[in-house]
Design a protein around this ligand. Structure first.
Ligand SMILES: [Zn+2]
Length: 309
């Protein structure tokens, strides 16, 4: 079969695969995957070793693609995760009642919201990349995902009508037709690397790992065992404080340690450094740490001049 005479959908599947984007069949005229759902898996054939999801079945093998697409006029599913892609999917409202929530008031669609996100980040619209118009008139911007990052699909993760397609999801590839309307390439460029600021927005904030308290108290060698034990005990109280009580716990720890500072058994800068480190490790801001520690020290009498009133 020569490409010229190949059905359009086979051609679309092969074209995607040639870009290195694994594909799988979607039901003809539909966006749902062809084949059985996991709940109805017969555990035979390709699933004899367990159900295989579309993401697992997707392939760039043109022979396998040709065989599959000769069976039926399947639409083309593109497995974004295995393709190494992160697709930003800018959607339109479904109907007149589908309006932006408070946070995005006044925005007409996903494109508006995405433009606002770019503006907030002080970045340009990153639209010099492979772009598809969906059957509903939405737009999908294809980016290559950074190496070593597993970005997942999400609905509305960046804002109203702004979805992402990566691992755990797929897009309907250009050349497919759903409900009589086509998915079309509107900008045929290579997929650009995902801008770093977008990658940051899509990567959840890492939870600070609990810091081993003994690693914090760097000044301990010069301190008596009694004071060292007291310092570790105070730092542990901050670490185990519940959310909402951490600020108060840090203040209390500073207050308790102020006594040793006042007596000259503990250096104020060392106690300050340890308390700040433990405060930051439980999620307090630098400013919150500074305020709590300063006021704890002051109330506890640290730094008082001898003879002060
Ligand atoms: Zn199965």
């Amino acid at each position: 079969m020569s490409p010229t005479h190949a059905p359009a959908l086979l051609s679309a599947a092969v074209t995607a695969a040639e870009r290195g984007w694994p594909v799988f069949p979607l039901r003809p005229g539909d966006k749902r995957p062809a084949g059985h759902a996991e709940a109805r898996c017969p555990r035979t054939g390709r699933c004899s070793d367990g159900h295989r999801t579309p993401e697992q079945r997707a392939t760039c093998d043109t022979n396998a693609i040709t065989t599959a697409w000769q069976n039926a006029p399947y639409n083309v599913g593109l497995a974004t995760g295995p393709a190494g892609l992160l697709v930003i999917d800018l959607d339109l409202p479904k109907d007149a009642d589908d309006t932006a929530p408070e946070q995005w008031a006044g925005m007409a669609d996903g494109l508006d919201v995405f433009a606002a996100l770019c503006e907030q980040a002080g970045e340009r619209l990153p639209f010099e990349t492979y772009t598809v118009r969906t059957r509903s008139g939405g737009q999908q911007f294809y980016f290559t995902a950074p190496e070593g990052r597993t970005l997942r699909s999400g609905a509305g993760v960046l804002g109203w009508k702004v979805d992402t397609r990566a691992w755990g999801g797929y897009v309907v590839a250009a050349g497919s037709t759903v409900g009589g309307r086509a998915y079309e390439i509107v900008h045929d460029a290579p997929a650009a690397p995902l801008p770093a600021w977008l990658c940051d927005l899509l990567t959840p904030e890492p939870v600070p790992p609990p810091m081993p308290v003994h690693a914090l108290a760097t000044h301990m060698r010069k301190t008596s065992a009694y004071v060292a034990t007291a310092v570790v005990g105070e730092l542990e109280k901050v670490q185990s404080a519940r959310e909402g009580g951490r600020n108060r716990a840090l203040y209390s720890a500073a207050y308790a340690l102020a006594r040793f500072i006042r007596l000259g058994d503990l250096a104020e800068h060392a106690a300050d450094a340890d308390l700040t480190a433990v405060g930051l490790s439980v999620g307090l801001s630098a400013g919150e740490c500074r305020t709590a520690i300063r006021s704890g020290f002051r109330r506890g009498g640290a730094g008082e001049e001898v003879g002060a009133a």
